[in-house]
Design a protein around this ligand. Sequence first.
Ligand code: SAM
Ligand code: SF4
Length: 334
Amino acid sequence: MTGASSPALVDRFGRVHTDLRLSLTDRCNLRCTYCMPAEGLTWLPRSEILTDDEVLRLVRIAVRRLGISKIRLTGGEPLLRRGLPELVTRIHQVDPRIGLSLTTNGIALARMASALHTAGLRRVNVSLDTLRRERYTAITRRDRLTDVVAGLRAAQAAGLNPVKINAVPVRGVNDDEIVDLTEFAIENGYRMRFIESMPLDAQQEWDRDSMISAEEILDRLGERFTLAPIERRGNAPAEEWRIVGTPSTVGVIASVTRAFCGSCDRVRLTADGQVRNCLFATEESDLRALLRGGAHDDAVEHAWRISVARKGPGHTINSATFRRPQRPMSAIGG
Ligand code: SAM
Ligand code: SF4
């Protein structure tokens, strides 16, 4: 997929970047407690959000000049982006071999899954932290559990494969549902993944004690299931296990306690056109200004390469010098 002559998007540690996390909006229709405050956030003005044509131009540069081969659409809530199926169609047309996936809260999936699959979307991750309606309403501050369950079903029926469920277990909130969520995934043919909570909430209330570590997640799973490790995950953030006696797998994304920065192949583009070389980066590179200033593709490519070249060795959550990024997760694109 890389243009024959284009060098890889590589940093000074030799990590090659092939995976683009593309945020399409910072807005959201939920207010998950580990992500943002009840009142929401000050959304970016519409004029600052990349237009579809600008997104397309950056995708072309990423795929044809920088060797990006996988694109995950995210946000905020990406299904809120107006005209999303048309945009997905156009991204798919840049190169149909792009592995195109989406991370969503699932609320609008029942309505959109089929159109998105037709447009070229292949895989979907749906965030679901609990199977209990009252608890779902408490965590997300919206009573939408039935919509998410319908969205999961619609995604599967539309042919999106695999359909993964992402859950962030938080102590005293939903950590007693690790087994129940996994059983739900097994019964319905979804793949379960648990994510360690990270200090990326807008209200800055994250604390290590409320995080459920990978070790604890695996202990809880081990009480009910026999897990067999799946050989190395390549660059994928999740460590995966086969659930013996079932066709299913379960994954754990241990960004805090088992950081995988050494094999990171991801680069991020925010909805307002800023390249971030890491989820935890404190600096960004303004590609939107270049686009709107009339820059040639060469200049945009160059700025993108410089940003990645400057990537640090890894996040420093576990050190005393850790500084949170200014943007919360929802404005970066998770
Ligand atoms: N709105 C979509 C969703 O919820 O799937 C996409 C954006 S959301 C920021 C992407 C993922 O980040 C979700 O799976 C969500 O659970 C996760 N997330 C949000 N805040 C987090 C935090 N503080 N720590 C760990 N994961 C978080
Ligand atoms: Fe919205 Fe996703 Fe954040 Fe929940 S985790 S508030 S769904 S952006």
